[in-house]
Design a protein around this ligand. Sequence first.
Ligand SMILES: NC(=O)C1=CN([C@@H]2O[C@H](COP(=O)(O)OP(=O)(O)OC[C@H]3O[C@@H](n4cnc5c(N)ncnc54)[C@H](OP(=O)(O)O)[C@@H]3O)[C@@H](O)[C@H]2O)C=CC1
Ligand SMILES: CC(=O)C(=O)O
Ligand SMILES: [Mg+2]
Length: 576
Amino acid sequence: MNGGDYAVSGGVEDVYGEDAASMDQPITPWTVSVASGYSLMRDPRHNKGLAFTETERDAHYLRGLLPPVVLSQELQEKKLMHNLRQYQVPLQRYTALMDLQERNERLFYKLLIDNVEELLPVVYTPTVGEACQKYGSIFRRPQGLYISLKEKGKILEVLKNWPERSVQVIVVTDGERILGLGDLGCQGMGIPVGKLSLYTALGGVRPSACLPITIDVGTNNEKLLNDEFYIGLRQRRATGQEYAELLHEFMTAVKQNYGEKVLIQFEDFANHNAFELLARYSSSHLVFNDDIQGTASVVLAGLLASLRLLGGTLADHRFLFLGAGEAGTGIAELIALEISKQTGSPIEENRKKIWLVDSKGLIVDSRKESLQHFKKPWAHEHEPVKTLLDAVKAIKPTILIGTSGVGKQFTKEVVEAMASLNEKPLIMALSNPTSQAECTAEEAYTWTEGRAIFASGSPFDTFEYDGKVFVPGQANNAYIFPGFGLGVIISGAIRVHDDMLLAASEALAAQVTEEHYEKGMIYPPFSDIRKISANIAAKVAAKAYELGLASHLPQPKDLVKYAESCMYSPRYRTYR
Ligand SMILES: NC(=O)C1=CN([C@@H]2O[C@H](COP(=O)(O)OP(=O)(O)OC[C@H]3O[C@@H](n4cnc5c(N)ncnc54)[C@H](OP(=O)(O)O)[C@@H]3O)[C@@H](O)[C@H]2O)C=CC1
Ligand SMILES: CC(=O)C(=O)O
Ligand SMILES: [Mg+2]
């Protein structure tokens, strides 16, 4: 095939290579057969292990391949949870769960759905961060698709190697900003794999519709380049035109292979590419950047909910961010947009209530010339301020949000300054994983003498202070993207619109009840996440219909019920 020249005439959707026009293209020799016997047990999508019934063992040539006992799925679950709890090392739990996913997919999801609060920290932050750092050493069987510079000119063929045809969501990373852990190159694959397992467990999107992808353009991480177990290309990152061409070929091939309605979620790209990719493809593809948009939506939801505790409206508050990258400026922009919707005031005016600090200090107008484009709208009139503590004293924020990727930045002095300014300081330490959190729950509650409303990106345990039990919220985009994606899918939306993000925020905030507020919570518990996701999906879908972006017609009458009915169930099916 001519490098990059996949725009042949004819051969449209010619999966089996039957048209003359595709004669010069290599094809995948697809076959479809009924799995039975040994191959049935080795197929994670269909395997039930000891839960195969007597009838199924007879009908599917399984006799003798299994010991005599027949277990229920519930007993399998009980046994596996018991086994998992024996591991003291989080990474051992992670590998045990990944092995289960590779062995028995339904049981994996049943565990994850039924024990979400216990297992989320294993398949997701913080443990997934450590897994990515050590991905080469713990690598057993590949998950997802790897598209490297070696595949340039052949990306469409690579996509065709993936066994599933009806993909609805792709989570793609290039591994350059994995959580707050920096450039992990090809080993960032743990993130798309983890995010998509949440799409299924939390949002009910079918596993077969989920495709994790890592684009490998090299890494600038010296440690990985010198690691004998590194699994990626051993070269420094491609940039500029070479990078843009590979990404463009990828975006084109995805649309060509899966059509208009596949949701492409950009995840953990560095900000110098993330904003550009989103801007470039948002008018031609169904794209969503989780770090910019998903994070914005989840934080806005927490802020809307917190007003019940703080009082006032969003417009009455002053916001200070530590970190002015994807998460920080993404959240800031959505807050300004929401205030505009609520008050009718111009967005430029609302931006003035929001201040950001980056590695060089407060973002102010005298720095405007040298700022990256996404920081410029936040360069307000003010004298230069170097440190966060001085910025808190100067700006007097009511709300402090950490999106720096650097741990321990909310020092005792910073938190005490917030407590001296506010009766109930709202403090969000959003950076992941736990090691990068700007402060811990214990620090936030202790340093404010139990007055803080606190939420963090990675989970913290409940904390008792002065006889009162505080439940820290987990302000993580995991509340949003699964339900948001489901809403996009069930409505057949063809583009993502900011109003859909606002709808998701409002839907999430509406799930916080009096009982939660009493415990200081501004997010509902993850144990209710499937119900929450169905509500988010319904509101997102309703907005897509309202905006004329939905293609699944006619619009279902009850969108919550419809969303619930579309959700994946991990219960075993009966085989005839
Ligand atoms: N809870 C959640 O759901 C989410 C959490 N996150 C977390 O947020 C963090 C940041 O992600 P993202 O915004 O994508 O990253 P970016 O790299 O885009 O932005 C990081 C920002 O932090 C600033 N920064 C770095 N070090 C310091 C410092 N010592 N003092 C002040 N500012 C500093 C950078 O400044 P400069 O521009 O000057 O370099 C930059 O503005 C990560 O840890 C990530 O895990 C991200 C998405 C979702
Ligand atoms: C949660 C997330 O997306 C991040 O930390 O990058
Ligand atoms: Mg992310």
